[in-house]
Design a protein around this ligand. Sequence first.
Ligand SMILES: Cc1cc2nc3c(=O)[nH]c(=O)nc-3n(C[C@H](O)[C@H](O)[C@H](O)COP(=O)(O)OP(=O)(O)OC[C@H]3O[C@@H](n4cnc5c(N)ncnc54)[C@H](O)[C@@H]3O)c2cc1C
Length: 351
Amino acid sequence: MDDLRHGEPLAPRTTLGLGGPAEHFLEARESTQLEAALRWAKEAAQAVTVLGGGSNAVVPDAGVLGLVLDVATRGLAFAKEGERVRVTAQAGEDWGAFVDRMVEEELAGLECLAGIPGRVGATPIQNVGAYGQEVAETIDRVRVVDRRTGERRELAPEDCAFAYRDSMFKRDLGRWLVLEVDFLLTPGGAPALRYAELEKNAPPVPTLASVKETVVALRRRKSMVLDPADPNTRSAGSFFTNPILPNDEAARAIEAAVRAGVVEAPEAVPRWPVGEARTKLAAGWLIERAGFAKGTRRGAVGLSTKHALALVHHGGGTTAELLAFAEEIVAGVRARFGVTLEREPRLLGVD
Ligand SMILES: Cc1cc2nc3c(=O)[nH]c(=O)nc-3n(C[C@H](O)[C@H](O)[C@H](O)COP(=O)(O)OP(=O)(O)OC[C@H]3O[C@@H](n4cnc5c(N)ncnc54)[C@H](O)[C@@H]3O)c2cc1C
């Protein structure tokens, strides 16, 4: 393979800016290049790690062995389908630019997902979501290569088993390479206003464009839009997912909060029912109440000053420092509330 590079630094390709190099690296601009790279790796017995925009990825300090495949394929196609429009996006399309374009085209369904970094191909992996919207609501097909067989497959939403920040892709990370994603969007549809904070800040007559702008402004306030001038954005977004627990476990965590004097009454603990049997707790709230205030520092890493869920790299740090701080937080939350937080970003080459 002609374009193969060796010892390529990965830190500049991630939003955290941490970690070592890729043993082998290929930036693939065509889907045929992606498939050729997979064949090369199989023949050369090299592990393959897929990389998009690096905004939900942690790179180990030792780097990543085998081939890191940078999915940089571009292209959009539009097709009218009854009342809706099918938009097919190549996996390497920039997500933020894609959402901007859909809003410009007056296509509803993704407007609350503006300002999220990364590329289209990664959005089904963790069912990207924000401000009351998730990609699973509009994804109609995901075209993939099954890396076990090398075959192309077309997956329907029910095959993807989408859930909160989860999908079958995430549960079986080594198996799938996403090539393109089809979204079914609604021309001239109303913007989604389901999230209290968004509803409160949206203009009186909301449009797709104004709701998108409101989302971006809210995200900016929390340092959740990439901005080189904002040191809080050198992160991987939320480092932990909100725990969704069986009701009895959530009740025990809430009791623990009262016992520890964190709150006076159980009602003061933020929680949301998930179906009848489960309850979602707020990971950021648990972290702060376990004693990790926003802005807490451990050398070169710390918590964002605006968002207790974002672990930030202040420069000159290591992935080991970041993961040690993450472990300290997990242990602190477990000790106080009996809840084990789950890491959201993937540890490349390890997970
Ligand atoms: C400031 C900030 C704010 C964020 N806000 C949000 C938010 O509001 N909501 C949210 O859900 N997320 C958020 N994130 C997380 C992140 O932006 C998303 O998860 C995004 O979809 C990751 O895309 P990426 O291309 O950067 O993926 P990467 O970080 O490159 O990869 C993430 C994982 O997906 C896999 N992957 C990537 N592309 C493919 C592909 N084509 N085929 C198969 N596997 C692939 C990788 O192997 C890796 O395991 C935020 C991150 C940051 C830094």
